[in-house]
Design a protein around this ligand. Structure first.
Ligand SMILES: C[S@@+](CC[C@H](N)C(=O)[O-])C[C@H]1O[C@@H](n2cnc3c(N)ncnc32)[C@H](O)[C@@H]1O
Length: 273
């Protein structure tokens, strides 16, 4: 299959795209590259380079052509580029090449491999990503509970960092299934349990992460009225709900030490006072 990539200044991208879409029936994928936009087209019936040059007019910055695999799985793996989190963590889908295939990322990386699943937590959502960054900053100090674990990405990273024992809890069957598969796939010992945190009391661990809706935070904090964990990461609520959520944790002795925005969501690090 042919692949053609046309690079144009970002400001001209919409204009060029309008013209391309008239002659590229299979569609055009846009990818920002600094001040430029890459317009990628694939297929066996693409226009000639001359026709594409004409469509780009004076905005053509670069035009390249190559053969790519007809197999979408091979194309997906070839297109993959790893995303380094906190300078030392890679979270990748199982079909992607391993971190070792990208030596420029450096060595001693923590690598987490996730199975394909409808469970939340591929590591790409801004809340997951921010929680991962903050988790990397925490010093492991005992047990850890990942409340609303989804794929269990936070639990797996916690375990790899040295938290022990690690528990991962969710209310969705698909999350439980993915969490178990991911824990095993990453050779991590995690106790994955189904639990509705609005019904049953959240277990108390030394550290926790809870990337869950605001109403679930209320139940989680209430469960720790006697004694709260030493440290935790919370997210899953919008900036407008942050004051209320932080207040419920403050009421059980967990004060915020850091608060960051994650695309309109709030992520906070809490510590017992
Ligand atoms: C935003 S996802 C977070 C997944 C993962 N921890 C992450 O940070 O990417 C929220 C998760 O909380 C779970 N959840 C929502 N309500 C819950 C409840 N009442 N009890 C337990 N888990 C719950 C959902 O099923 C979902 O997997």
């Amino acid at each position: 299959m042919r692949e053609v990539v046309l690079r144009v200044p970002r400001l001209a991208a919409e204009d060029v795209l309008d013209r391309l879409l008239l002659i590229v029936p299979g569609g055009v994928r846009e990818q920002p590259r600094g001040r430029h936009m890459e317009l990628r087209m694939r297929g066996d019936d693409l226009p000639t380079l001359r026709e594409l040059e004409r469509a780009a007019g004076r905005w053509r910055h670069k035009l390249t052509e190559r053969e790519v695999s007809d197999d979408w799985r091979e194309r997906r793996a070839a297109d993959y580029s790893p995303d380094l989190i906190g300078g030392r963590l890679i979270v990748r889908p199982e079909w992607a090449p391993t971190a070792a295939d990208f030596p420029h990322l450096g060595r001693d990386l923590i690598e987490v491999v996730l199975c394909e699943s409808p469970a939340f937590g591929a590591g790409t959502h801004p809340t997951t990503r921010r929680c991962l960054e903050l988790l990397l900053d925490l010093t492991p100090r005992g047990s850890f509970a990942d409340l609303g674990c989804g794929s269990a990405v936070l639990a797996i990273v916690a375990a790899k960092l040295g938290w022990h024992p690690v528990m991962a809890i969710d209310v969705q069957a698909a999350s439980i299934e993915a969490a178990r598969e991911n824990a095993a796939g990453n050779a991590v010992d995690a106790n994955v349990r189904w639990m509705d945190l609005t019904v049953e009391a959240a277990p108390r661990a030394d550290g926790f992460a809870a990337n869950v809706p605001a109403a679930v935070h209320t139940s989680v904090a209430a469960a720790w009225a006697e004694r709260a964990p030493a440290v935790g990461l919370i997210s899953g609520f919008a900036a407008g709900e942050a004051a209320g959520v932080l207040h419920t944790y403050r009421a059980v002795g967990l004060g915020e030490v850091e608060q960051v925005d994650a695309g309109g969501w709030t992520v906070a690090m809490l510590e017992r006072g």
